[in-house]
Write a protein of this length. Structure first.
Length: 594
């Protein structure tokens, strides 16, 4: 019975179900084979039909090509074209020019006349921009006046071909007179002097694009199709029906199949050799598939039945196997977030999942006990160390203060001594309060009292400046954090000096790298000291302040900069979260300082 509940047995059942997949493949392989065969046969027949279309278009282009060499067949026309292109044309006598122009105006159009109605016009342009036009209709017998023939792309393309025939893609007949422009495709050639090989004219024969439609319309394919003709730059010359832009882009990629929306097509193409054009036929893939729909219907029915059965069994098995693991993952995430009271509900006690769940519960319980025993002990030890560091400050401060009283007594300054005793009384009251953390503004006021006490002793030799920013006045800091630093500044920096000294204590709000910082500075212009020497000796005041600051704020900064006979600067920087700042949207300039 234990084997029936094991994961190995369940995976074996799933493995046996996988055998349904080869069966489904067999059901679909035969219809696919027939569809592929029919598709290939259709493509072969289409390629033969395209060959016939390409040959018809090539024949038509050859007729246009022969028309472009017509000027070479008449010596009078060639002589007139040479004279027209000659740089000495204007210096020639009037009679000779008249004869040449008459040949170009009458004889040449007669030679360019063509019986085919599909050839709409033949235009010949001399290098000076003069055009002679021949056409099948009288309304097209006059070229447009002042038309920039020499700047046209077809003209420049013919010149670059240097006498070779060029094939011009579909373009409007905008060089005609007052007639409406009609879309045509053309064959052009540069006419050259047979003696000097110098260019004397460009000739272009225009054909109606509807001739392509007549050539294609006589062809029938066994499925719905779209016939397209592209030029050598893959611009569309003709299409039997509208070709969407996405289809055009896919045809340019020369893939075997293209898709537009829900329709897909098989691509068959053939090159029209003289012009390097392409005839492309898009065969409806849907109709190709429809020819084997009966075979597919049978295969799909079997496949769907097998897939549905496989899906139901797979869903049941995956839920049966995977759901307990998902619950375990959810329990572990809760433990990760700190909830050590959550447990995995074990259903049954025979399979591996149940054993894994029980092991997980035991692990969570032991982890909870370990944290209760170890972590809390560490916290208590850390709190005790913190209180011990703080308690070291108080005797040190009292010792230095009482030394100050002795000095006042020796000076016989009873009034100053009395004032100092009252100041000490207020300071002791602040020190003996039970709180370990105080507001920054309360600490600054305490430092003010301490400095007042020192000024009674030092009088004009000590100038004190204290200010703080209201925005950080409520910031909580350890009690007596600043007093040891101020005391060191007075005793070691100001007392030995032979000149009046200024002690400046300021707390302000600043920003750095997008973070809010409370910056506390203690500056004096006293004697200064060697920072490295003091660090090696391990002064009690500085060491305690540094340790208390590190324990209270992990990311706080503490720096000392001192130079002998130039003074000392101590900087403390404490990061402040935005939510601790009242009216955090106000700028620093708007804060009011004391």
């Amino acid at each position: 019975m234990r084997v029936a509940y094991s994961l190995r047995f369940r995976l074996m059942v799933f493995y046996l179900l996988i055998f349904l997949v080869p069966a489904i493949i067999m059901m679909t392989a035969m219809p696919y084979y027939y569809q592929t065969s029919i598709s290939k046969e259709t493509q072969v027949l289409t390629e033969g039909t395209l060959t016939s279309i390409a040959r018809n278009i090539e024949t038509y282009l050859e007729d246009l090509n022969r028309l472009t060499i017509t000027p070479y067949l008449n010596e009078e026309v060639m002589a007139a074209l040479k004279l027209k292109a000659s740089p000495n044309y204007e210096q020639t006598d009037a009679y000779t020019r008249l004869v040449a122009n008459r040949v170009l105006a009458t004889t040449l159009p007669l030679y360019l006349q063509n019986s085919s109605k599909d050839i709409l016009a033949t235009v010949l342009v001399s290098p000076d921009g003069t055009a002679i036009l021949a056409s099948t209709g009288e309304e097209l017998s006059t070229p447009a006046s002042n038309f920039p023939y020499l700047q046209q792309a077809w003209y420049q393309k013919a010149v670059q071909a240097d006498g070779n025939v060029v094939f011009i893609s579909s373009h409007p007949q905008d060089y005609l007179g007052e007639s409406a422009s009609q879309e045509v495709f053309s064959v052009a050639r540069l006419i050259k002097d047979t003696d000097t090989r110098h260019p004397i004219a460009v000739i272009m024969a225009d054909a109606d694009t509807r001739v392509l439609e007549r050539i294609v319309s006589d062809i029938n394919f066994n499925v719905s199709s779209i016939v397209c003709i592209f030029d050598d730059e893959y611009k569309l010359l003709y299409a039997s029906s509208l070709v969407p832009g996405d289809l055009h882009e896919q045809i340019l990629e020369q893939g075997t199949t293209v898709r537009s929306g829900e329709e897909s097509y098989v691509v068959v193409s053939k090159e029209i050799a003289p012009a390097q054009w392409q005839v492309v036929v898009l065969l409806s893939n849907a109709e190709l598939v429809a020819k084997t729909r009966g075979w597919y219907a049978t295969g799909i029915l079997f496949a769907l039945g097998g897939l549905m059965l496989t899906f139901v069994l797979f869903f049941a098995l995956s839920r049966w196997i995977g759901h307990p693991f998902q619950e375990m993952i959810a329990v572990m995430k809760q433990v990760e977030n700190g909830n050590l009271q959550t447990r995995f509900v074990v259903e049954g006690n025979k399979d591996e999942i149940a054993e894994l769940g029980q092991a997980l519960n035991i692990m969570i319980e032991r982890l909870n006990q370990l944290i209760e025993r170890e972590y809390k002990a560490v916290l208590n030890q850390r709190d005790a160390e913190y209180r011990a560091l703080q308690s070291q400050i108080q005797p040190h401060f009292l010792y230095n203060t009482l030394n100050g009283f002795i000095g006042l007594n020796r000076l016989k300054d009873s009034a100053g001594l009395e004032k100092a005793i009252f100041a000490l009384s207020g300071m002791l009251h602040y020190i003996l309060e039970g709180e370990d953390w105080v507001k920054l503004e309360d600490e600054m006021r305490f430092v003010q009292k301490y400095c007042d006490l020192q000024r009674i002793r030092h009088r004009d030799r000590l100038i004190v400046e204290i200010s703080w920013d209201e925005a950080i006045g409520g910031l909580k800091i350890p009690k007596l954090l600043l007093q040891p630093l101020v005391e060191n500044a007075v005793i070691h920096g100001i007392e030995p000096a032979s000149y009046p000294c200024t002690l400046s204590i300021h707390a302000g709000l600043m920003q750095r790298d997008g973070r809010n910082l409370a910056q506390i500075s203690i500056r004096d212009n006293g004697c200064g000291f060697d920072v490295d020497a003091v660090t090696r000796q391990g002064g009690l005041g500085l060491a305690n302040v540094r340790e208390r600051l590190d324990m209270a704020f992990r990311e706080a900064g503490f720096s000392i900069d001192s130079q002998i006979d130039r003074g000392t600067v101590i900087l403390i920087e404490i990061p402040i979260p935005d939510e601790m700042l009242p009216e955090s949207g106000r700028s620093l300039e708007e804060k009011v300082s004391h």
